[in-house]
Design a protein around this ligand. Structure first.
Ligand SMILES: Cc1cc2nc3c(=O)[nH]c(=O)nc-3n(C[C@H](O)[C@H](O)[C@H](O)COP(=O)(O)OP(=O)(O)OC[C@H]3O[C@@H](n4cnc5c(N)ncnc54)[C@H](O)[C@@H]3O)c2cc1C
Length: 431
């Protein structure tokens, strides 16, 4: 089963609220025949587009090929949260890679948020960025850990943007009885992911990147990328296919695994929006299968939750997501769901991104594990730097130990499905 074609109409954006509220770019033509470039980028999401843009700005001749449309993948359909740090907390990173690299990884992640802001400003992208991401704790016992985490970020990294709140203060912000408290990170934020991605594509094309859509790569080797109707000859190839990689490159495929995640947009809530959030922030909770939500600019609840580990999306995505949504906001039982969509992202064994040079002349980044809006936007630039011979940031990311999934491509899904189902059951049982 090829995830590029498992759940969506070829060459079309999914039926998301994002697609309904973004101005599509005029289509880029498919690749026909043979072209030559310094670098060929495979994949038109944040990773591929920021890599291509940075390379073109550095004077390289770049071709980018995208199987469907730019922003078709996770970059056009995600929760829009521009989070701080890496997907692993700093104390876990300190244990994994030591204090020096943990510090570098924190700085890279801080730089990633700044890079999103810089790209939006430099290219005049209408991404609707707004500050504030709350972390909502389900259980009282988790609150001490949350405060300790905020204290550690302040004392060890000088990060002072986190405001920890007890039950009542948090409930004034997030009016749900489901939480024991939480914290708002005012240095994080949220944006319209598809408008941001289309803005990056426009900027890349303006910088001279030759973009080809509806051009799936089906074979790569050193110096060559082959599509159905064309070929790109390039000294360097950047793989930015993330959850849709399939078996295109076996070393990368062994380190990242696709999973699906789902979002709904309710009908506009009008005055009832204040029953959901009293400030224009995004929220994520402490479940293993994370629920995340925010309000859209037209007052809808955009709520993400539920994962599936098979290839296919469930038939009734709205019903799957409505369950956790009503668990948090039972008062919305009468509210219609106008949009429901799924997306495929990639995770790694330890949830740290996989940046690597799997073969000479081939570079890869992916597996951001649900934390890729900022990090993928910087990973592209980091790959571009490495291709240009500046490897400092690439090396910090690439030496984070990311294990292969056990069992190879054939077995990893059933194994992971079992493990994930167990953790999801723990969420439901509240243990
Ligand atoms: C539902 C959902 C919610 C999420 N929420 C958040 C969030 O709130 N915050 C956060 O930080 N992260 C979130 N993420 C993760 C985030 O979206 C990703 O980490 C990020 O978009 C990855 O970007 P990318 O460019 O690497 O991959 P993608 O955006 O998936 O791009 C890969 C592209 O490669 C193309 N492609 C694949 N194979 C080929 C091929 N053979 N030939 C040509 N093209 C190919 C695909 O069509 C696709 O367009 C979420 C993801 C999902 C799915």
């Amino acid at each position: 089963m090829n995830l590029l074609y498992a759940n969506d109409r070829p060459g079309a954006y999914p039926p998301s609220w994002y697609a309904a509220t973004a101005e599509p770019l005029p289509p880029f033509a498919p690749l026909q025949g043979e072209v030559r470039a310094d670098v060929c980028v495979v994949g038109g999401g944040y990773t591929g587009l920021t890599a291509a843009l940075a390379l073109a700005e550095a004077g390289q001749d770049v071709v980018l090929i995208e199987a469907h449309r730019v922003g078709f993948g996770a970059s056009g359909r995600n929760g829009g949260q521009v989070g701080s740090g890496q997907r692993l907390e700093q104390d876990a990173l300190e244990a994994l890679v030591g204090p020096d690299d943990a510090r570098h990884l924190w700085q890279i992640a801080e730089y990633a948020k700044a890079e999103v802001a810089r790209l939006i400003a430099a290219h005049g992208i209408d991404a609707g960025y707004r500050p504030g991401v709350a972390h909502a704790e389900r259980h009282e016992r988790e609150m001490a850990g949350l405060s300790a985490h905020a204290d550690h970020l302040e004392s060890a990294y000088g990060y002072t943007q986190i405001e920890v709140m007890g039950r009542e203060a948090f409930r004034a912000l997030v009016p749900s009885g489901a939480f024991a408290g939480g914290a708002v990170d005012w240095g994080a934020g949220h944006l319209h992911p598809l408008r941001y991605c289309l803005g990056l594509a426009r900027a890349a094309a303006a910088a001279g990147v030759r973009v080809f859509e509806r051009s799936p790569a089906h074979r790569i080797e050193r110096g060559l990328v082959a599509t159905d109707r064309g070929r790109v000859r390039a000294d360097q190839v950047i793989l930015a296919a993330n959850g849709y990689l399939g078996g295109l490159e076996p070393v990368t495929a062994a380190h990242v695994m696709p999973i699906n995640n789902f979002i709904v947009a309710t009908a506009p809530l009008g005055d009832r929006a204040r029953e959901v959030l009293t400030r224009d922030i995004a929220v994520a909770d402490s479940n293993f299968v994370v629920n995340y939500w925010r309000l859209s600019e037209d007052g809808r609840l955009l709520f993400g939750g539920g994962e599936s580990y098979g290839y296919r999306f469930p038939r009734d995505i709205a019903a799957v997501v409505r369950k956790p949504m009503l668990g948090i906001y039972p008062g919305l039982a009468d509210v219609a769901i106008d949009y429901a969509w799924g997306g495929t992202l990639a995770i790694t064994m330890n949830r740290m991104p996989y940046l690597a040079q799997p073969a000479p002349g081939i570079w890869a980044a992916g597996g951001y594990s649900g934390h890729g809006v900022a990090l993928a936007s910087l990973a592209g630039r980091i790959l571009a730097e490495a291709v240009g011979g500046t490897r400092a940031r690439f090396d910090v990311m690439a030496r984070v130990p990311v294990q292969r999934f056990p069992g190879g491509r054939g077995f990893r899904n059933p194994l992971l499905a079992l493990a994930m189902t167990w953790y999801a059951m723990r969420d439901r049982l509240g243990i």
